[in-house]
Design a protein around this ligand. Sequence first.
Ligand code: PLP
Length: 433
Amino acid sequence: MNQSISRTLFEKAKTFFPGGVNSPVRAFGSVGGTPVFLRSGKGAVVEDEDGNSFIDFCCSWGPLIHGHACDEVLQALSETMQNGTSFGTPTRLENELAALVINHHPMVEKIRFVSSGTEAVMSAVRLARGFTGRDKILKFEGCYHGHVDSLMVKAGSGLVTFGTSSSAGVPAALANETLVVPLGDTAALQEVFASYGNQIAAAIIEPVPANNGLLLQEKSFLQTLSVLTKEHGALLIFDEVISGFRIGFSGAAGYYGIAPDLFTFGKIIGGGLPVGAYGGRAPIMSCVAPEGNVYQAGTLSGNPLAMAAGIAQLKKCLTEGFYESLEAKTKLLCAGVNHFCEEKNIPLSLVSIGSIFWFSACSTEVIRRADKISEKGVSLFNRMYHLMLERGIYFGPSAYEVGFVSSAHQEDQLHQAIEVITGTAEQAWKTIR
Ligand SMILES: *Cc1c(COP(=O)(O)O)cnc(C)c1O
């Protein structure tokens, strides 16, 4: 595969940006090699600057549920931009996107638009603290919530620990307000609430943890979390930046039938433009300025282009049978790969929920915790990665990233992907054993 233009661009980019990128995983650090510089996409296919094309399962890390350059989204954007790109006043489009969400998501009563998932989480955490008058936040090891200071923390060595910051520049005082427990560990959950319950403003979780592998949780664990937060007067925040509008329109909350107090959204809700949102129960949302005293604002919040893209995208999600068909496509892909690997005794399987899937490798059990991800499995993926790329399949460049199927993926493309994934798995596994 000729990557010479991508290589040249990356060398130049390194003179402009730290590590040559504007977001770290893009640098291909964990799989090695040169990042692919993409220049266009249509449907499920993207093309790089060297003219190589790939079937894309990264889909801009999740937002593009209808694939690249979706006609309805492009049309909404081109119509909207004729009228200008930003006003800094309320607009009709904000009402429209809000109504789409609130009318079709039974648990969102009020919403506020921001410009990224990180901003949504940061604001929801502030709101939870303002609403409860408490400072501590509970998070789960292996969940990612954007680069919010107080959530850039990892667990220490005990069952229940105060966070230690996972990034330089996060004050210890802030990390100290964050409690960290493992996913899927009910005993740890009970212990943390027994010890700190009345100091916890909110527990925040990705109900479908999908940023560090796909660590599917048991419903009973999420239910226990919901009950404990209620009992202790803490809020429950579902960070559905990935799972929102992806696992069905009402996301993981609808899937599991568990109503959190607050949601955070991002990715899909903006149709590929920079949007985030937080929302939930009206009495809590009423604490946000100017109605309440929790301050949060944004110059480009509710930006008309972003709203128009989000409206076009969510409308398409609401068409009859949309999520069923998307899930069926994902199952086809996963079943094809899993069947082959089973027959050939290759310890690789694709686990999935809705249209999110993940390469789970070298483990005999379902992986529900970050510390159960196998290192050997990671090396298997890393060896497969460039082989798959050369054969025209693009995934997020890390074994810890999930893949996404969009409604634009066609059956023949999925069959092609199955052939490439299984072929490269067989080839790579030989070199690891
Ligand atoms: C992507 C993501 C974020 C951060 O969103 P950005 O738009 O990248 O700031 C937060 N939480 C979850 C669960 C995410 O997947």
